[in-house]
Design a protein around this ligand. Structure first.
Ligand code: AMP
Ligand code: MG
Length: 410
């Protein structure tokens, strides 16, 4: 009997720990223009060389005044001495006058508050008001957002729209980012044909290729796609060598069980190092992990639901570490179960689930009625996983951990 059949099941957290501790950042750095960095990982922490805003600014359309000019009580009248629009610099405020001022315009020297235009009666000569602004009202001080010398973005963050906006706000044109991780992939199985082709007897359409493309694109990886590979050792070895010479990580689907047609395992054993795990998780039992020269390798099961789940659980962390990110386990949301899960299983289960509101307005997790690992529809219906621990049962109303899919790729 093959050792894979007799080896004990490996617990989820143990497998994750082994995988994540065995990879490192690829680490090639390149300076890229801001408009090309969304989704890339920042290679250095960034300090601002300026204050933002650079000087005190009005946060309202209104009138800049000096609070010492306010009447002791009742109405104050002040003549207008100047007009300051955004993008222009005013002059020092003449004592006993007000300056017409607009949002984003610099506060003139000598002014210490802005009174909103809604609180003022204005004519050509000046303004009258009886509200009593205090010093600093409606003024954004210099450095209110960012102070010169402060770190604004930390090394290892994956750049989102708002991160790039912040870099622009301190005047940067480019950011140092890591080059995308190159992921080589191929898909094994003589039964597979590509969509668009005729489906002969015993054949199925290849779906894993399309799922993996989308998943890798959402993680901003560079994809090296070698397509379908037949179930022979020679073809599998050739694809494996080619993929490993072109990529930082090779991901395959299928061919990692112990059948005679499962050549991925043997190819890796011949070409590099292999660890073959029987994981104590559902879906997704067999998972191969190894190395060919400098290239990491993960062999996912063939079953499309297992591919989706094991990609989220194991490939995402590996890629994030290779991207130079600070990887940490996605944080689960605690919500109420809207289902019963009465049968304990010795494997940790990742049920395809989604959030809904129950009639009382409480957030609950629902599960797809058919949790068979061959039902890819469950991954489309769902937005996340409910994680059920080993030997755990659940009754409706009890709290469960919900892991949104998006948290794996973010
Ligand atoms: P294997 O791990 O190669 O034994 O495959 C397990 C199951 O997944 C089999 O039913 C395969 O037909 C199916 N499968 C493997 N690769 C794919 C693929 N690329 N797309 C859809 N189903 C697949
Ligand atoms: Mg196969």
């Amino acid at each position: 009997m093959n050792r894979c059949d007799t080896s004990p099941l490996l617990a989820y957290h143990e497998a994750l720990e082994q995988l994540t501790s065995s990879v490192a950042a690829v680490g090639k750095v390149v300076d890229k223009p801001l408009l090309q960095v969304r989704g890339a990982v920042l290679a250095e922490s960034i300090k601002s060389e300026i204050d933002v805003p650079g000087c005190a600014m009005s946060s309202m359309d209104g009138y800049a005044i000096n609070t010492t000019d306010l009447a002791a009580s009742g109405e104050t009248s002040l003549p207008l001495s100047q007009r300051i629009a955004a993008g222009t610099a005013g002059e020092t405020l003449a004592s006993g006058t007000a300056a017409r001022i607009f949002t984003g315009a610099p506060i003139p020297d000598g002014a210490d508050a802005v009174i909103m235009q809604e609180q003022v009666d204005a004519d050509d000569h000046g303004i009258r008001f009886d509200s009593r602004p205090t010093k600093g009202n409606n003024i954004r001080p210099a450095g209110n957002d960012i102070q010169r010398g402060n770190i604004i973005l930390h090394k290892g963050c994956r750049l989102r729209a708002q991160d790039i906006g912040l870099a622009a706000s301190v005047g940067l044109q480019t950011l140092p980012v890591y080059e995308p991780v190159k992921v080589g992939m191929f898909f094994t199985g003589d039964e597979l044909v590509e969509p668009g082709q005729k489906l002969g007897a015993g054949k199925i359409y290849d779906s894993n290729r399309y799922t993996l493309h989308g998943l890798l694109e959402s993680m901003d990886c560079e994809i090296v796609d070698l397509g379908l590979v037949g179930d022979t050792l020679a073809a599998t070895r050739e694809a494996m060598l080619r993929a490993s010479s072109l990529a930082d990580l090779v991901v395959t689907t299928g061919g990692v069980s112990v059948g005679e047609e499962d050549h991925v395992r043997i190819a890796i054993e011949q070409l590099g190092e292999l660890r073959l795990w029987r994981l104590a998780i559902k879906p997704g039992k067999p998972l191969a992990y190894g190395q060919i020269n400098e290239t990491a390798f993960i062999g996912l099961p063939g079953n499309p639901v297992s591919v989706f789940a094991t990609f989220c659980l194991f490939v995402c962390p590996v890629i994030q570490i290779m991207q130079g990110r600070d990887w940490h386990q996605p944080i689960a949301l605690a919500v109420s179960a809207d289902f019963d899960w009465p049968k304990p299983d010795s494997r940790r289960e990742f049920l395809r689930a989604r959030l809904a509101l129950d009639p009382s307005g409480q957030t609950v997790a629902q599960i797809y009625p058919n949790q068979d690992s061959g039902v890819l529809t469950s991954t489309v219906w769902a937005d996340g996983f409910v994680e059920i621990g080993e030997n755990q049962t659940v009754q409706a109303g009890e709290p469960v951990n919900y892991l949104p899919f998006a948290r794996f790729f973010s």
